[in-house]
Design a protein around this ligand. Structure first.
Ligand SMILES: NC(=O)c1ccc[n+]([C@@H]2O[C@H](COP(=O)([O-])OP(=O)(O)OC[C@H]3O[C@@H](n4cnc5c(N)ncnc54)[C@H](OP(=O)(O)O)[C@@H]3O)[C@@H](O)[C@H]2O)c1
Length: 337
């Protein structure tokens, strides 16, 4: 049986869909506060039998930080996909994020070693690759470098990835995927899916920063192919293309039928934006719309090579424009309903 963590999130829900559609027996952890309705919703984007497929998942309540509950969740499991994490660029989440991502992963790795789990997949991030390297394409050998450009999220994922490498040294049969920015449908109020909502509402600004993007379906497919292969002890960047935020927003605007953002925000102004927003949100006691980390990331040029995964399993990626087109179609259906 397979265990999935993070199954109620963007990536995890797509992974669950692929696994149960393939008839694999799956257990997924959730918390009392988790919204499993979103998982059903995601299933309904791809299948007319969403309820039936959803019913095949064995849900168990467990927080990643709850050692005992995680140990129970691993009973009878032979393969683990660890996609659960706190993903946030808001300072008030920093402490929980560092603990959950690093300590939670360390605990799970230890439990999997103890229980002699057959194979373990860890979902890391390109945020753990050398952020200081700004003038070349990062690949799997671009190792972490201390830098003020690293986000706290990146630090938490780096700490977690180190725990997985440590686990491999101690005998865990594992591999790591490092996705770039994930594009997928359904979670329209936040994260990267929230970008579709921003463009839909008439976003006017863009930056010339560049990042890697990947369709959520590609990551899920790559994880399952790697899990089913003989490959282990390695990490793989999962990223379709490197494009500018300007280009990304132009694709979104095109397929959502909105005007493309037309005002370029130079790096100096993104610096001003997060400072003004920090003061405003402090006074208003609200969530800042732009944080220092968001401003820093969107102003930088980060590019990633996907050659290793292509060569290892002959993987072909969905082009970013096609992903944006298909996600926009789902967005429009959701917003017309
Ligand atoms: N989004 C990206 O662009 C991106 C890029 C690269 C890598 N990644 C990595 O990909 C993975 C999935 O990301 P995502 O975008 O799908 O994230 P997401 O939508 O925010 O989902 C996060 C998942 O983690 C679960 N989780 C968080 N804290 C937990 C805890 N203490 N105990 C149990 N479950 C917990 C959440 O459960 P609840 O529903 O209970 O909150 C949710 O299922 C993460 O490891 C992330 O670091 C993401």
């Amino acid at each position: 049986m397979i265990l999935v963590t993070g199954g109620t999130g963007l990536l995890g829900s797509h992974l669950l869909f692929d696994l149960v559609s393939a008839g694999r027996p799956v257990r997924a952890i959730k918390r009392e506060t988790s919204n499993t309705g979103m998982v059903k919703k995601v299933f309904s984007y791809y299948s007319d039998t969403a309820d039936e497929l959803f019913g095949k998942i064995q849900w168990v309540d467990a927080d990643i930080m709850d050692f005992r509950a995680m140990d129970d969740a691993l009973e009878g499991i032979d393969h683990v996909y660890h996609a659960g994490a706190v993903v946030s660029f808001y300072p008030r989440h920093h402490k929980t994020m560092l603990r959950t991502n690093t300590e939670g992963t360390a605990n799970l790795v230890n439990l999997c070693i103890d229980r002699k789990i057959r194979k373990f997949c860890y979902v890391s991030s390109v945020a753990v690759l050398g952020r200081a390297v700004n003038d070349g394409i990062s690949d799997e050998n671009t190792w972490w470098q201390p830098s003020n450009k690293n986000s706290v999220y990146g630090q938490s994922k780096y700490g977690a990835e180190r725990e997985v490498w440590r686990g491999m040294e101690e005998g865990l049969n594992a591999f790591i995927v490092n996705p770039s920015v994930i594009l997928g449908p359904g979670f329209w109020d936040g994260g990267n899916s929230g970008l579709f909502s921003l463009v839909w509402k008439g976003l006017k600004y863009y930056t010339r920063g560049v990042n890697g993007y990947v369709d959520v379906r590609d990551i899920s497919r790559a994880m399952i192919l790697l899990m089913d292969s003989n490959i282990s002890g390695e990490r793989f960047i999962v990223s379709s293309e490197n494009i500018s935020y300007q280009q990304l927003f132009e694709y979104m605007a095109k397929y959502l039928g909105k005007p493309a953002p037309s005002i370029n925000v130079p790096p100096a102004l993104t610096g001003l934006a997060w400072r003004v927003e920090a003061v405003r949100s402090f006074i208003m006691r609200s969530k800042p719309e732009v944080t220092k980390e968001m401003a820093t990331t969107t102003a930088q040029v980060y590019t990633y090579s996907n050659e290793k995964l292509r060569k290892a399993i002959g993987f072909e990626f969905i082009p970013v424009e096609q992903s944006v087109k298909e996600i926009s179609e789902i967005f429009l259906r959701d917003h017309q309903a």
